[in-house]
Design a protein around this ligand. Structure first.
Ligand code: BGC
Length: 411
């Protein structure tokens, strides 16, 4: 019997995002970019829009008690200021299906894809983007708040802005020449042939980051006016930067953590009830070790989630691990990855950090943005020809963790 138990009521589950699994979403910046050949086509994806019942049955059978998903802005507000009640009704059915299965819902209000009317008119470069976003976010909570207590306004603003405005690998494909030297997560090919060298590109990026923070804050304020009791969080992607003992490497790590995580968190810290942590990435400056790699070519470092939690714990808010997972096409590493990650979360709680739950990324294989469907993150494998779902062996290891509410030792 493991003595490494989690607190009672700990949330265990998996996370998903609408665009990556639902299918049939055609009025976004990403679908437009696909028609232009700049990113892979998403198409019907996993057809989760029509198969959510089957997928939630699987999650339930795997011992989960919670589920994180996102609603699709372009479905809900297909034209500026015009809200589609049918889309809301769909997500109400989704929430009821989760309730029937005692899967506690965690909604992400916006996960990367933008409605075309918004992206085409400047998206988060627009000065009024905070108000536009806040109106949408408040609408979601008004419509769904009776069925859900946990809302995250946005997913990973730093990844969204750096891939879109520095790396140029995601819409709107703006690329700053110098960023080619720095690898930032989830990138894929870069499309804009001429990378901008001037500081103008960086200034726009910084404005987008500011608008995103203001958008979160405005959404928080607007939501709280109508629904003071719901828990409103921000989902932050944390890269754990460390240095060797060399002071230069230490300084580089300090600055990188500042620019990637703390700069944004300090802008929103007064407008969060809790924080979502997405952890995938560990980097040590001056590192000479040869790392084992995941299918994304990222260092295999699940245990470093402990450090990621520590980075966020300075904000003194409850933390939910809203994502963490591995691309592993033959499922040979996933069970180990999960066990080590979960053990890292347990150590954090043991040291007094307030962690409330753990969502594996992802329930299903899905559309991995500019990398298409090739990368396999799912507890459940998708056959994209037949859309058949097949539970991977590692999902049963996670099931044991969820059901025993404890760390299962790695065999
Ligand atoms: C994102 C997901 C993505 C995952 C794996 C996270 O940064 O929230 O949408 O699929 O990482 O790359």
């Amino acid at each position: 019997m493991s003595t490494k138990s989690f607190p009672d009521g700990f949330f265990w589950g998996a996370a998903t995002a609408s665009y990556q699994i639902e299918g049939g979403i055609e009025n976004t910046d990403w679908s437009k970019a696909a028609t232009e050949g700049r990113v892979p086509t998403c198409g019907i994806a996993c057809d989760h829009y029509n198969r959510y019942i089957e997928d939630f049955d699987i999650a339930k059978s795997l011992g989960h008690n919670a589920h994180r998903f996102s609603v699709e802005w372009a479905r809900i507000e297909p034209e500026e200021g015009v809200f589609d009640h049918k889309a809301i009704e769909h997500y109400r059915q989704v929430l009821l299906a989760l309730k029937d299965r005692k899967l506690r819902p965690f909604i992400t209000i916006w996960h990367f894809t933008l409605p075309l009317w918004f992206s085409e008119s400047g998206g988060f470069e627009r000065k009024d983007s905070p108000e536009i976003f806040a109106r949408y976010a408040a609408y979601i909570v008004k419509q769904l708040g009776d069925l859900c207590e946990y809302f995250s306004t946005m997913n990973e603003p730093s990844v969204f802005a750096s891939n879109g405005w520095l790396r140029g690998s995601w819409p709107p494909f703006k690329r700053f020449a110098l960023t080619d030297m720095v690898a930032i997560t989830n990138s894929g090919r870069t499309f804009e042939s001429k990378a901008k060298r001037g500081m103008g590109a960086v200034i726009t990026y910084l404005q987008v980051m500011r608008n995103l923070a203001n958008a979160h804050n405005a959404a928080y304020t607007e939501i709280k006016k109508h629904a003071p009791k719901v828990d409103v969080s921000l989902v932050k992607h944390v890269i754990v930067f460390e240095g060797t003992k060399n002071p230069i490497h230490q300084l580089a790590a300090f600055l990188a953590n500042h620019f990637w995580t703390h700069r944004f968190m300090r802008r929103v810290r007064k407008h969060i009830d809790s924080i979502g942590l997405n952890y995938y990435f560990y980097k040590q400056f001056g590192d000479k070790r040869i790392w084992r790699k995941t299918d994304m070519d990222w260092n295999f470092a699940p245990e470093k989630i402990y450090e990621a939690l520590k980075i966020l714990s300075v904000y003194k808010k409850p933390i939910m691990v809203s994502e963490g997972g591995v691309a592993d096409h033959d499922d040979s590493d996933r069970a180990e990855y999960i066990q080590k990650q979960v053990e890292g979360v347990w150590r954090a709680i043991d040291k007094g950090m307030d962690v409330r739950g753990h969502m594996y990324w992802s329930l299903l294989d899905n559309y991995e943005w500019a990398l298409g469907f090739e990368k396999r993150f799912g507890l459940v494998e998708i056959d994209y020809r037949t859309l058949e779902r097949k539970i991977r062996p590692s999902a049963y290891v996670y099931k044991e963790i969820c059901e025993t509410n404890s760390v299962v030792e790695y065999k």
